[in-house]
Design a protein around this ligand. Structure first.
Ligand SMILES: *[C@@H]1O[C@H](CO)[C@@H](O)[C@H](O)[C@H]1NC(C)=O
Ligand SMILES: *[C@@H]1O[C@H](CO)[C@@H](O)[C@H](O)[C@H]1NC(C)=O
Ligand SMILES: *[C@@H]1O[C@H](CO)[C@@H](O)[C@H](O)[C@H]1NC(C)=O
Ligand SMILES: *[C@@H]1O[C@H](CO)[C@@H](O)[C@H](O)[C@H]1NC(C)=O
Length: 443
């Protein structure tokens, strides 16, 4: 459960109160939950940093990861603790961590940051483990939570730093994670831990001091006319490369990789051949700098083309207390990655590089595309079969030229005709920090 799912409840509450203050025509909450004065609370003496949640409807529990503890709470009343397991750092680990200059009580503890479902009884759990990330399997059987003690390397799967944002996702038996892979937090990766592990190239054109916020899976191979593959989409902010400002500017991004990616044979060996990214646009009342994505939620539809990402943004200046939610259809993001133009770096002065639209010839198969019918017709069944020309192109140009625009609410969209506004940004902005509201998607 992401922050946004929780936020949407808060948001619903706020809107209930605040919607009259806004123009209701522009802003209609997707869901409104009347306030009931029976909030349920779970807290355990001496335990802090309840930061990770995993809903297991099938087991009737909400798993909750905290500092050095994991709880199984009753799904119907989270005040009821059904089981707990503790995973404390060893004295030795804590000592090593403090020798490296970290704070013993703040940094050198085990913050549980990853909880994923593996199968009916088993979860995958990772903790920061005193700046030495470690993972393990955990079972919930006969009302008991138990760590298996098969401690695995957690580097790249879970952050070292408990304060760092990151994101991860389990797809089948593969763990996708986006975090820093080193102690200093200076080497970002998007990693797939599987029989064939893949990662991003360590280049600032791929990732530049990113702050990862979310990832999710879209099963695009289903009923695909062009034999396309499933994808993992991720959202983050990072240093911009496309602006000519002298100071650092941050931008919001969406990126994606293909599930069947196996890396290249010579070029991009053990690296993604399908990592593509684009800027995410969402306008705030204060338009001077690009807004920063803070969290995302994917509203899944049976037909993946109708699925919509809702993203919360705040201004980069931090001056005004506004926020906004923009909605992006999976198909509009996909169109940019599958058909859009690329950006390419050009040297303007000796040390300065400018990113402009690439107008030259694009190799076939298309760089960054998943293995699809086009590639298969050319006898390429795996990314390992892709020619160097395609791979070199994408290694050097992972950024799309066009930014992803939010869905418009205009009547021109046809089925969204009940929206009378002409607000091009298709978003809704409140006056206070919590008065966000999402663009409504009518069915
Ligand atoms: C953990 O919780 C404590 C107490 O609320 C807080 O001071 C600290 O910043 C939190 N640590 C992290 C990593 O969030
Ligand atoms: C939830 O559990 C708590 C703690 O056991 C109990 O005090 C409370 O009455 C329960 N609430 C409901 C609605 O069952
Ligand atoms: C669940 O996954 C764990 C770890 O991969 C494995 O050891 C266990 O046998 C699996 N259990 C079931 C019921 O499939
Ligand atoms: C790709 O798959 C097709 C059909 O399964 C097969 O005929 C062909 O030999 C394969 N090509 C390569 C390069 O593996």
């Amino acid at each position: 459960m992401s922050l946004l799912s929780a936020l949407s409840i808060v948001c619903g509450l706020m809107l209930h109160v605040s919607v009259n203050a806004l123009d209701t025509q522009y802003c209609v909450p997707r869901k409104t939950i009347p306030y009931q004065n029976e909030l349920k609370l779970f807290r355990e003496e001496g335990i802090f940093n309840y930061s990770t949640m995993l809903m297991r409807d099938d087991l009737g529990v909400l798993l909750l990861g905290a500092r050095e503890a994991v709880y199984a709470l009753d799904i119907n009343n989270i005040s009821v603790r059904k089981a707990a397991v503790y995973w404390r750092v060893t004295e030795e680990k804590q000592r090593e961590c403090t020798y490296k200059g970290k704070h013993a009580e703040v940094d050198c503890r085990n913050y549980i940051r990853t909880l994923h479902r593996v199968n009916d009884t088993t979860m995958y759990v990772c903790g920061t483990n005193a700046f030495s990330p470690t993972c393990d399997y955990m079972t919930f059987v006969k009302g008991q939570l138990r760590l298996e003690g098969k401690q695995e390397e957690g580097k790249g799967k879970c952050p070292f730093d408990p304060f760092q944002r990151y994101s991860s996702l389990m797809v089948g038996n593969d763990l996708y994670s986006a975090t820093s892979i080193n102690f200093l937090g200076s080497e970002p990766v998007v990693l797939r831990s599987s029989d064939l592990a893949l990662r991003t190239e360590f280049k600032s054109s791929w990732l530049s001091e990113p702050n990862f916020v979310y990832m999710d899976f879209v099963g695009e191979s289903f009923n695909s006319l062009d034999g396309d593959d499933d994808k993992v989409y991720m959202f983050f902010s990072e240093n911009a490369m496309e602006y000519d400002f002298s100071s650092k500017v941050t931008v919001s991004r969406v990126a994606r990789v293909c599930k069947g990616d196996m890396g290249g044979q010579r070029t991009l060996q053990r690296k993604w051949t399908s990592f593509l990214k684009a800027r995410l646009d969402c306008s705030l009342p204060e338009p001077s700098l690009p807004p920063i994505v803070q969290d995302v939620f994917l509203l899944k539809n049976e037909n993946w083309k109708e699925s919509v990402f809702y993203a919360v943004f705040t201004p980069q200046s931090g001056l005004s207390e506004v926020s906004a939610v923009c909605a992006y259809s999976v198909s509009s993001i996909r169109d940019i990655f599958n058909e859009g133009k690329f950006k390419t770096p050009v040297a303007v002065e000796t040390s300065h590089v400018k990113w402009v639209m690439y107008t030259g010839e694009v190799p076939v198969p298309r760089p960054g595309a998943c293995i699809n019918s086009v590639a298969r017709k050319m006898g390429m069944n795996r990314s390992l079969d892709l020619p160097d020309k395609t791979l070199q192109f994408i290694r050097d140009r992972p950024l799309m030229d066009e930014a992803v625009q939010p869905q418009t609410g205009g009547a021109a969209a046809g089925e969204e005709g009940s929206f009378a506004d002409s607000d091009r940004s298709g978003q809704c902005v409140g006056a206070g920090p919590t008065e966000i509201c999402s663009h409504v998607h009518w069915h």
